[in-house]
Ligand binder design. Sequence first.
Ligand SMILES: *Cc1c(COP(=O)(O)O)cnc(C)c1O
Length: 397
Amino acid sequence: MFSLDPAVFTSRATISLGALEQNLTRVRAHLTGQKIMAVIKGDAYGHGLLPAARAFARAGADYLGVAQVAEALALVREWGEQPTEGEALAGHPALPPVFSWIYTPDSDLAPALEAGIELSVGDTWMIEAVARAAQATGHTARVHLSVDSGMTREGFNLEDIPAAAQLLATHQQAGRLEVVGIWSHLACADDPDSDATTSQIAVFDEARRLATRASLTPRLAHLSASSGVLWHPGARYDMVRPGIILYGLSPEPRRTLASDLGLRPAMRLESELLTTRQLSHRAGVSYGHTAVVEDGAVLGVVPLGYADGVPRALSNKGYVTVGEGPAAQRAPITGRVCMDQFVVRLDGPLPAGTPVVLFGDPARGEVSAAQWALASGTISYEIITRVAARVPRLYVK
Ligand SMILES: *Cc1c(COP(=O)(O)O)cnc(C)c1O
């Protein structure tokens, strides 16, 4: 991936490693002794795979969870590399066990087994592929049996668990693999009106019973992501798999705000005003003239656009924070968001170069990723993961 010179491209995503660590500690305090698998898929939700993973490991994460096996391999390969700037003072922890759940029939699993990566098995071909790779490499694979308890996405259906468990037990006896975990994923844990979680727990418990009957003894049962951690204490089992709360955002801000959970957003998207102007005439703004402003209006230009991850759906909807301290103002995005820039309406004249926070920490008076999500009809997850790779990440303690 190319990177832009931050001395020229001065917009950036500032990532607080301290916030990542504190959030994990905060989640730990909320639990009753369960292990924590810190989920770092999607380039650690846009925060940077390696620095975020190291921050969580420093804070005591028991496991790291990543969707793609290719990401897991990159993580293991680069773990020992030089810390990035800002990370340097923070210390270099040992790599916790890594769990990964996405690979395809054509994926070469040998490097993953050699690297000790633990794999999900949720289909018969997966069990066979892992067993084959184990035979070829001479490594015993550590696997987690994936159950479809009601998400209807991946994993064995309950009626297929006995045969799957039997097949796993056969390979386990032959030393090709060891079933260390059994897991599933909740579909509606953020919805207080849904009873799906209760039924998913029942299916999961039955799957665990069937696995035991096939003489498998997985020591780690795990079902809950962030919403389960927050709202379903009965779904915690031996380990939980939080993602979004570790980055300091609520999985469902309409239900609970991150600040009420004691969480601090780790990412702040920052830029500065490129130009400002006061109009001497009524004018249409940006493509399509979807906004029309009166003469005398003061406009500023922010040099980030949808190519950087600013949702075009925020056109005439979102806000950014312009200026700092008591003089900070909430400036509405005016007209359509372009590929590399957008226009905001200002209260009054400000110099070019005035700092702009697109989203950050509402406790500091900044617009939150949750507000952007609400305004653009999506979820906070998408706001933080869509910040483009070309936007430099700046790590601070
Ligand atoms: C993304 C994901 C998580 C974490 O979800 P959050 O809602 O961010 O906590 C946990 N488990 C699986 C399987 C996931 O895909």
